[in-house]
Design a protein around this ligand. Structure first.
Ligand SMILES: [Zn+2]
Length: 295
């Protein structure tokens, strides 16, 4: 049962809606479900070379020197050494999750999923795009192999889509609410959803999207961004999934990885439920779905 986790993710980012405390609460909750302490693996910060798989030297230099520029100004987080280090750590965490999943078939990173950062620009709560870095790390480590990024956060994975547009061996799929943040980029497959989309229609669209993807692309690994914000009581969106629907969503993605017999790496993502405990429950269920799915 490999999970990537660091207590360092709990460092306070300052006053805003991103509930960093969720990371520690998910771990606590998994411990009560009989996941033992030695199943949580500490990440290390991504190296500069790994960060440069995706991000430009000028942007990384802004981060290093904590400069507010055209490249960093769209961040909604403070620009401090501590916060930036947490993003290096999260990128290292998703890379480590890839390494673990290649050996163990699956790995959940209780962190990461920062899909709005692009090569030369911070955005939202994202400075470093851990998903794109991990995808490029994988195809560099295993030339000729191919990555499918499944982004089921409420918000489009605009940064990931933009970064990977020219990567023939990385397929980006995003299913998200239309008409809200962010400004959309072109993924290899985008499925925009109307406000109010609930469990049944969501799951139908997910199934049909996978059908389309697998006709066009043969992946060797899935990187899954399992945002908790399609939840009906989320404060940032208007999709209407229940906890049960989100669990079925996770089980479906995990099941696809099993059926085509490829590893799956799962990161968290957004989650801004009115009651943070709901966000924690949804992410915890995502973790448990992997344990149950892989036995
Ligand atoms: Zn989101």
């Amino acid at each position: 049962m490999p999970f990537i986790y660091s207590d360092r993710y709990l460092k306070e980012f300052g006053e805003h809606i991103f509930p960093v405390e969720k990371y520690g609460l998910i771990k606590k909750s998994l411990i009560t479900k009989s996941v033992s302490e030695n199943q949580f693996f500490e990440p290390v910060e991504a190296t500069e070379k790994q960060l440069k798989l995706v991000h430009t030297a000028a942007y990384l230099d802004d981060l290093k020197n904590r400069r507010w520029t055209q490249r960093t100004m769209f961040s909604e987080l403070p620009l401090t050494a501590e916060v930036i280090n947490l993003f290096y750590l999260a990128a290292g965490g998703t890379i480590k999750a890839v390494q673990k999943a290649v050996k163990n078939r699956w790995c959940v990173h209780i962190g990461g999923g920062f899909h709005h950062a692009s090569a030369a620009k911070a955005e939202g709560f994202c400075y470093i795009n851990d998903l794109a870095i991990a995808a490029r790390f994988y195809v560099k480590t295993y030339p000729k192999k191919r990555v499918l990024i499944v982004d089921l956060d409420l918000h489009q994975g605009n940064g990931t889509a933009n970064i990977c547009q020219a990567d023939a061996n990385i397929f980006t799929f995003s299913m998200h609410e239309e008409g809200i943040y962010p400004v959309k980029e072109k993924s290899d497959l985008d499925i925009p959803l109307h406000a109010g989309t609930a469990d049944d229609l969501y799951l139908q669209k997910l199934e049909s999207a996978f059908h389309t993807i697998l006709q066009r692309f043969t992946p060797n690994i899935i990187l899954y961004q399992a945002g908790a914000d399609p939840y009906y009581e989320d404060q940032l969106g208007n999709l209407a999934l229940t906890k049960h629907g989100l669990q079925l969503r996770d089980e479906f993605v995990i099941d696809r990885a099993k059926v085509i017999n490829i590893p799956i790496v799962t990161t968290l993502g957004g989650g801004y439920a009115i009651d943070t405990q709901d966000t924690v429950d949804i992410h915890t269920a995502t973790c448990l779905a992997h344990i149950n799915g892989f036995g």
